[in-house]
Design a protein around this ligand. Sequence first.
Ligand code: SF4
Length: 339
Amino acid sequence: MRPFELQTAGNPSDAIRKSQDASRAQSGARYLAGGTNLLDLMKLEVLTPRMLVSLKQLRSDLGAIESDEDGLRLGAMVRMAEAADHPIIRRDYPVIADALRLAASAQLRNMASLGGNVLQRTRCQYYRDTSWRACNKREPGSGCQAITGVNRRLAVLGVSEHCIANYPGDFAIALVMLGAELDILDSAAAPRTIAFEDLHRSPGDTPHLEINLQPADLITSIRIPAGPWTRRSRYVKVRDRASYDFALASAAVALDLAADGRVRSARIGLGGLVARPWRAVEAETVLNGRVLDESAAQQAAEAAFAGAVVHSDTGFKPELGRRTLVRALLETAQLEVSA
Ligand code: SF4
């Protein structure tokens, strides 16, 4: 790991000012929240900031979980474990509790912040190992080793000819499916709100540009709107081993069903095999107004993966993704949901 300066922010405005000062001095600052992904990448020398601005004293400003009739608000410094275990989230937004509970390990969930979690980087091995030269995400214009290399864990939806890396997180898949929004303070400490689906960029021909945030932008909270679908929601994750592993395929589903079982509204997010948190709008459309039986679920899954692009080791992934989505849809439809 390269040497770096550590500063501690006393409040959100102080954090932004310290980050701005570092940018003006061309020091390259990053915010340090839980640190579970950032410090990893600094040890690997994939990321080499010269300053970290610690947010650990911002827990009182950004550490609340609040719920009302408009929805759920999660402070960016809430720990993953706190949200996963929160009784209101478990009852009213079970897909969020599931996605957090199935992510990482208990130790990491006790450390990692929600704001940091949504910004985690791909696990593409060529990105994380600097001895590989060709990686457009790490070194723009250098090529993509993964396209002709080992790519079993990488993406089939949203990829480009310049990068096939997958977004590895679980929580973000639930957020994009539920139509979440992010509250942000910009470099002048002015607030703005963006749709969560606009946070991550598709790789296109600039895979090194991963998010639509400026360096000093600080995520302060995540807001999830209330809706008749949130209680009937579920996250299904398929992975090589049953614990402490990233998804090969995952599906986040929320349903609003009429009394006769027909779908009033279906929301579908896909993970594990996607370049960015993915909402499967075409699949949702297939289900509208239908009884959600196995035939309808399979047609939705076909629509969800119609645009999949496979490489040498990822030929199995569209079928795995379809089966994961069918299972998630049928299990969600059968959930017992209290009024
Ligand atoms: Fe780099 Fe993306 Fe290619 Fe992986 S898939 S080597 S992250 S350019």
